[in-house]
Design a protein around this ligand. Structure first.
Ligand code: BG6
Length: 521
């Protein structure tokens, strides 16, 4: 039995708090949609309750629905109250006064076609004047991915990308940032096309490609942890590390997103973005400085070093699954019986993928990635499995096998680091046993990931957003495999794991072939 020692983070320094951003006008396209209600508005509400919004700001929601500002405010009030009742996006409790402060800044405009974009910008001018937004504008695309291209073009044609140039003091007077949600394209070709459309109007410094995983506290801590402690870097390579496991397991099913998920599947939904980002942060080289360009550059180099995946030999590196019915907190239906899902669907809701980073540091160290819906527990973590000691002097007492060390960076539900070591068990006999050192990174409510991303976009910090090169490199890796999986008949093969289980047996077999096993879920 492991002895557990808990170390906690020291008090937070005042300088670790966020700075309030400059005044802004946030345009939300798709303002009556699910993403706005579940993520964006609750995050803005959280920022307001934490006094992290500037004194002057404006939020303009727009969409096709013909509602007025009062009706929009009512819808958003309900959305924030719902988030508060589930602690969604870090919202704890609903405070009428705080809501009213935010609600007074919310406006709604109906968009009826390409021509209406310039009208909307013109109508906003007096509001921007009234709310003193200093002509800083953020255009947030919370619309379905199929609409990204049109909204970008319409904005570009309406002159929305224009920034107001530096004054004599050398400060930019008004920025225009555009936030594009994931999924960014559905394959390499469409991602390139979308990048092309964006670049037709906006400069790279204006473009914010979302990946909310990058904004999770422990994910950001990976680089701090690796590059500000001298004891880890010397062993962070193929001399000492046997393999790495990256897990994003969910208990939730696809909720009400059947239509989207049928088109996407787990490889597009979780691997092209979140899972590969976790891998790049674990594997990247230290940049010479912690700047957006250098960090993004190093992340991209990792993606470009991953051994290409041969679609004709997928059994070697890929295991797919789709959940059938099962028991979790009560009976849950099979994926094929979820709303808006075809009863013969071949969409994968689980994948396990083995990747190899071909460079000096990582040659020979497999990275095993797994993610799935309706699994036994919710868990996001990166687990570094070290090699065993080269020779054991304790054979007489412990036999040949000493459990190797593991270091686990836990992302969710708990934000912590776990280090498994071997140590003498107290007592007069020589007994070795595992000791777990837990470093609890965060207690209480963190700034939710969407809140952090919104703040960064207001501050003009692109570090936690993907560059054009990164999205294209990740699609380049996965597109041939995704296309191949879509061309083969998986109809009779699915479902192959029960809801509430650890995933398909095939995933276990993938590691067993290499003489390894997954960490328990
Ligand atoms: C989203 C995916 O990007 O990430 C969802 O579209 C997934 O399918 C979600 O459930 C997981 O994020 P989180 O922050 O809830 O773990």
């Amino acid at each position: 039995m492991a002895v557990s020692t808990v170390l906690e983070a020291g008090p937070q320094a005042a300088s670790c708090e966020f700075e309030r951003p400059k005044p802004f006008n946030l345009f939300i396209f798709g303002a009556t949609g699910d993403l706005t209600k579940r993520k964006i508005l609750p995050s803005l509400y959280q920022l307001n309750t934490l006094s992290l919004l500037p004194e002057d700001f404006l939020i303009v929601g727009s969409g096709r629905q013909k509602i007025n500002t009062e009706q929009f405010r009512q819808q958003m009030r309900e959305a924030v109250r719902n988030a508060a009742s589930t602690s969604g996006e870090g919202v704890s409790g609903f405070n009428e006064g705080k809501w009213e402060e935010l609600a007074g800044r919310l406006h709604y405009m109906t968009l009826e076609g390409p021509g209406s974009y310039s009208g909307m910008l013109a109508q906003c001018a007096p509001l921007e004047e009234r709310y003193k937004t200093c002509r800083n504008r953020i255009f947030y695309l919370a619309v379905p991915p199929s609409a990204f291209g049109d909204v970008i073009k319409n904005l570009g044609e309406a002159g929305a990308a224009t920034e107001v140039f530096p004054d004599d003091a050398g400060e930019k007077k008004g920025y225009s940032h555009i936030v594009v949600e994931k999924p960014f394209g559905r394959d390499l070709e469409s991602a390139r096309k979308l990048n092309g459309i964006l670049r037709g109007y906006f400069k790279e410094e204006q473009i914010y490609r979302m990946d909310h995983f990058l904004a999770k506290e422990t994910v950001q801590n990976i680089l701090m942890f690796r590059f500000s402690n001298s004891i880890f870097e010397p062993v962070w390579n193929n001399h000492y590390i046997d393999h790495v496991q990256i897990t994003a397991a969910e208990t939730l099913g696809i909720e009400h997103r059947g239509g989207y998920y049928e088109e996407s599947g787990v490889l597009r939904d979780m691997f092209q973005n979140h899972m590969l980002h976790l891998l790049t942060l674990t594997a990247m080289e230290p940049p010479s400085v912690f700047s957006t360009g250098r960090v993004r550059g190093e992340r991209t180099k990792v993606l470009r070093s991953i051994k290409p995946l041969d679609p004709n030999g997928m059994d070697e590196f890929l295991a797919l699954g789709q959940y059938g019915k099962g028991r979790m907190d009560g009976d849950v239906p099979a994926y094929r019986n979820e709303p808006d899902v075809s009863p013969k669907s071949t969409t994968a809701t689980y994948a396990a993928l083995k990747l190899e980073v071909e460079n000096w540091r990582w040659r020979g160290v497999p990275f095993y990635l797994r993610s799935g819906k309706r699994l036994a527990s919710r868990r996001g973590e990166i687990s570094i499995h070290f090699k065993p000691v080269p020779h054991t002097i304790f054979r007489e007492y412990t036999g040949d096998k000493i459990e190797p060390n593991t270091l686990t960076l836990c992302i969710q539900p708990d934000e912590k680091l776990d280090l498994f070591l071997q140590a003498k068990q107290p007592g007069s006999r020589i007994c070795l046993g595992p000791v777990r050192l837990d470093y609890i990174y965060l207690k209480g409510i963190a700034t939710a990931d969407y809140a952090r991303i919104l703040l960064d976009c207001m501050q003009g910090d692109q570090m936690l957003f993907a560059s054009a090169e990164e999205v294209e490199a990740s699609w380049e890796l996965l597109t041939p495999v995704i296309k191949k999986t879509e061309s083969i008949g998986l109809k009779d093969f699915f479902p192959n794991y029960e809801a509430g289980s650890n995933g398909p047996a095939l995933a276990d077999a993938l590691l067993a072939k290499d003489g390894r096993a997954w960490d328990p879920l």
